[in-house]
Design a binder for this molecule. Structure first.
Ligand code: NAD
Ligand code: ZN
Length: 247
């Protein structure tokens, strides 16, 4: 089957679905220029995550961790939503997609116009105090690192979920609720190895729903997917958007 046939199959699944949701990972933003963690060209090839994305790493060297986040914020600030983000936002506008559950911290779904975005791993543009309840939104990468809390002068940390940390309770509950209602989930650009987020598509399947998996490589959902589209997300959604006259 070529991409046209696959997208036609996806349209059939969308037509027979009453409640479609999307589940996205770093791969959806790859074509926007934001590197993924795993997979070809992923950040894990060059960096050691255990030195950068854990509470221990931050305690040991907050500057090193902030340097890395600062660099990622600069990359993300320059990035623009690609057709995958844009067409998902249009599908939500049309009432076809009800929610987007994302593992990404880049905010590109919101910038594309999506409204019901559930961020399981936080957002890179938020920071919070390591000591008190202070939270803030950053307009740009911080100049002085680590930035200090204006209330208690302790270091602020990125408001993202690191390895070994629990997910934000409200986001996780909302995601579980969406997954239990969905009869179709479109999984885009995720390796499906980061738990517990990776369970979301499996929960949809468990409730009798279907999985569409879009990835340039096989991932953890490929074997249980009802439709696997081995193509770049941007290309799949561009084709879908054109066929549905959304773009
Ligand atoms: P991951 O890096 O583990 O996997 C990325 C997946 O995307 C891979 O399976 C890869 O084959 C696929 N992919 C790459 N380019 C693609 C494309 N053009 N189209 C379709 N698929 C493509 O990412 P993950 O599964 O999201 O999990 C890792 C963690 O990484 C998450 O917790 C997330 O917070 C974090 N992360 C976020 C960003 C971001 O916000 N943009 C970037 C890197 C990592
Ligand atoms: Zn504080």
């Amino acid at each position: 089957m070529d991409i046209e046939d696959k997208v036609n199959h996806l349209i059939k699944l969308l037509e027979s679905s009453e409640y479609t949701i999307a589940f996205t990972g770093a791969g959806i933003s790859a074509e926007s220029g934001v590197p993924t963690f795993r997979g070809r060209g992923g950040l894990w090839e060059k960096f050691d995550p255990l030195k950068l994305a854990t509470p221990e790493a931050f305690r040991e060297d907050p500057r090193r961790v902030w340097e890395w986040y600062k660099w990622r914020m600069e990359v993300i600030a320059k990035a623009k939503p690609n057709p995958a983000h844009i067409v998902l936002a249009k599908l939500e506008e049309k009432g076809i997609v009800k929610a987007i559950i994302t593992q990404n911290v880049d905010g590109l779904h919101q910038r594309a116009g999506s409204k019901n975005v559930i961020e399981l791993h936080g957002n890179i543009w938020r920071a919070r105090c390591t000591n008190c309840n202070y939270k803030t939104r950053l307009q740009e990468p911080p100049r002085k690192i680590p930035p200090k809390c204006p209330e208690c002068n302790n270091p602020l940390r990125p408001d993202v979920v690191w390895f070994g940390e629990p997910l934000p309770r409200k986001a996780w509950e909302e995601a579980l609720n969406e997954a239990s209602k969905a009869d179709l989930i479109i999984v885009v650009g995720t390796s499906g190895v980061v738990q517990p987020a990776a369970m979301i598509p499996v929960i949809v399947k468990y409730h009798g729903g279907k999985i569409v998996d879009i990835n340039i490589e096989e991932d953890n959902y490929t074997n249980i997917a009802d439709l696997f589209i081995k193509t770049k997300a941007g290309q799949v959604f561009k084709t879908l958007g054109e066929k549905l006259k959304l773009i």
